[in-house]
Design a protein around this ligand. Structure first.
Ligand code: GCU
Length: 637
């Protein structure tokens, strides 16, 4: 039995025996009808006026996906701009439970802040020899692909669509951005597979997108070039897009990783990323599609001896000068931080540097660098902090929206760690409204999934879990002290002498990367005022990002009053202790399904083991480098 996640039958019990009118037609409206019926409600015609009704779902509020809720004359009215709005209004009624049918329910208006709320799946069609079926997947196999074939279990795709639609997701990309093997052919002779997935997403208001390779005209079309300005290449892409739309009329568009970590791109032809993105944008434009062109472009063959190259600078250096040159339907998709989904990074300066380009901000729900769904790490607070920072949410809202790498797979609990479902839920809700409080989102998820009795323990375990993870893995903005390749567990120097550009530069005197304009790589200069100066100077740089921007001696005193070395020791002891506390708290929880309880308990055992390993390796490493003893005399190996 597949775990129902946050939509178990009990979450819809308030609809049982309610009578509803649904004044809309089409596949998405039919989904609403089916939801009401399967929850035990009755959909009635409402024509005669004799049938009393409880719920009325129809049109008449604004445009697009927005909806209003109103209680009048004993009836709850959901009025929406379109069928998606109706579906979202329905799920809002589900979330509100009995209260949505109470006499004192006040009128409300709801509107998505982000126009596109998208999940990218890094699912391979074939099993990749290194990455497996899902790149950076921690939840078993793929929902969509099974060793080269389309899954037999398309009903599970529908169940997934239902879950994510209930949070407001309206776009999904179904294959890995690193396109390899059979995945190339999804664009051509395997298009039926994509269409089969689109058929499952459509009733939930979700449009299907596809990752494509920039080299497709060569690999699939037999052309000798993929040069974006070559007329044959342009024709090839236009024809390819036309064939996709002939088969899938509501297809969303393409996702492209180009000139990044070995993927082909426009650089080979002496063209830039605007040339590349516009090629695909032009092919998609006649059909209303968009290209999501990723800005994750950097030199992954760097010489670690070269102190002048700074990976943090790369995306801005490549993309900011191109602002204004992208077509309206060419979306530049920017990772939230300048490096790579680390536990703590500053906001990517690219987000603030391209006012004349449609941007999408990319997050990682899959926990590649935040515990790989073995650690309980609720990312709502991280995303909320990011989206609350300066103009970030507004820029994404004015542009294309919010995208995240999904954390879902074939696993029985969907997300490997059952509590990682909260991250998937929170992403959708924050994309709908970035101002929602992550603690309130956790309440929603808990109430739907388990019932309100679990609110208190789950807050206790999850509210601070991201900061706990940060404290035992990533002090003061240092990232990448992970085992190379799979990225789980500590290895302080694992990446230090590699070509990947992810260094911490610890020596006997100090640690951190000098990214100042005065003496370092100049990265601080990529920020607008006031941030370029805030980050430039030691006295204004926030503690949690100090070592991201500065190389300082171990006895440098933080704003907190502690030295850098003492901060490292203290946070690692505290973080590992917090993992133990989280585990103890879970053992007090009695009222959940025993299998789920045991699964989470086993994962928390691993979290404690791993956090202890992190604590000991990091503390020992920095003790050996610095020779400075712990002020509290605790055991450092
Ligand atoms: C990270 C991740 C890769 C992924 C890449 C990307 O580097 O480790 O597996 O391909 O991000 O975002 O494209």
């Amino acid at each position: 039995m597949v775990n129902p996640a946050w939509l178990p039958p009990e979450a819809l019990r308030h609809l049982a025996s309610r009578r509803a009118v649904v004044r809309s037609s089409g596949p998405v409206a039919q989904t609403v009808v089916d939801e009401i019926t399967s929850a035990g409600g009755r959909v009635v015609s409402g024509e005669t006026g004799t049938d009393p009704i409880d719920l009325h779902l129809g049109s008449g509020y604004g445009v697009g996906e927005q909806f209003s809720l109103q209680r009048r004359d004993g009836v709850t009215y959901v009025r929406a701009g379109d069928a998606n709005g109706l579906l979202y209004g329905f799920f809002e009624v589900v979330r509100r439970g009995e209260a949505a049918f109470g006499a004192d329910f006040p009128p409300e208006e709801h509107r998505p802040v982000m126009r596109r709320r998208m999940l990218d799946h890094w699912d391979n069609v074939d099993v990749h020899p290194v990455m497996g079926q899902v790149e950076r997947g921690y939840s078993g196999g793929s929902l969509f692909w099974d060793a080269g074939r389309l899954t037999d279990d398309l009903d599970r795709v529908s169940t997934y669509a239902r879950l994510i639609a209930s949070t407001g997701i309206n776009a999904v990309s179904v294959n890995n951005v690193n396109v390899s093997g059979a995945a190339f052919r999804l664009l051509t002779d395997r298009l039926d597979d994509v269409a089969a997935l689109a058929d499952r997403f459509r009733p939930y208001g979700i449009r299907t997108h596809l990752s494509v390779s920039f080299a497709a005209p060569i690999v699939l079309g037999g052309l000798s070039t993929a040069d974006p300005l070559d007329p044959d290449v342009r024709t090839w892409w236009a024809d390819a897009a036309a064939r996709v739309y002939a088969r899938i009329p509501d297809f969303g568009g393409f996702v492209v990783k180009a000139d990044s970590e070995g993927q082909p791109g426009p650089f080979r032809y002496g063209r830039d990323h605007a040339d590349g993105a516009n090629l695909l944008a032009d092919a998609l434009a006649p059909h209303g599609g968009v290209v999501h062109w990723r800005a994750f472009v950097y030199n992954h063959r760097q010489d670690w001896r070269d102190r002048s190259t700074d990976r943090a600078r790369a995306a801005y250096d490549h993309f900011a000068p191109l602002d204004g040159r992208f077509r309206d339907n060419a979306v530049v998709q920017v990772k939230y931080g300048p490096i790579d989904f680390q536990t703590r990074e500053p906001v990517s300066p690219v987000i603030l540097a391209m006012p004349d380009t449609a941007l999408a901000v990319e997050l990682q729900v899959t926990q590649e660098y935040t515990g790989q769904q073995k650690h309980a790490c609720y990312l709502g607070p991280q995303w909320s902090e990011l989206l609350g920072w300066d103009r970030v949410a507004g820029i994404a809202a004015d542009g294309d929206g919010l995208v995240a790498v999904s954390n879902v797979g074939a696993d029985g609990y969907w997300t490997g760690h059952p509590l990682a479902q909260a991250n998937l839920y929170a992403f959708g809700r924050l994309a709908w409204n970035p101002r929602l409080d992550p603690a309130a989102i956790l309440d929603e998820w808990t109430d739907l999934t388990f019932g309100p009795h679990l609110r208190e323990p789950l807050h206790d375990i999850l509210d601070h879990s991201w900061r706990a993870y940060e404290s035992y893995t990533a002090p003061l903005g240092v990232g990448f002290m992970v085992r190379p390749g799979h990225h789980y567990g500590p290895d302080v120097d694992g990446y230090e002498y590699t070509p990947w550009g992810t260094y911490h530069f610890a020596d006997r005197d100090g640690v951190g990367v000098d990214r100042t304009r005065a003496t370092g790589t100049g990265f601080t200069g990529q920020y607008p005022e006031p941030w370029r100066d805030v980050y430039e100077h030691l006295d204004t740089c926030p503690d949690e990002l100090l070592l991201f921007f500065h190389h300082v001696p171990y006895d440098h005193v933080l704003h907190s009053g502690r030295t850098v070395i003492q901060h490292i020791y203290d946070t690692h002891f505290a973080g590992a202790a917090e993992a133990e506390r989280m585990r103890a708290r879970w053992h007090e929880v009695r009222t959940v399904d025993p299998d789920l309880h045991a699964k989470v308990a086993a994962l928390l055992d691993e979290q404690v083991r791993s956090a202890t390993e992190w604590r000991d390796q990091i503390n020992t490493y920095f003790f050996r480098k610095s020779g400075v003893p712990d002020a509290h005399g605790r055991r450092i190996h």
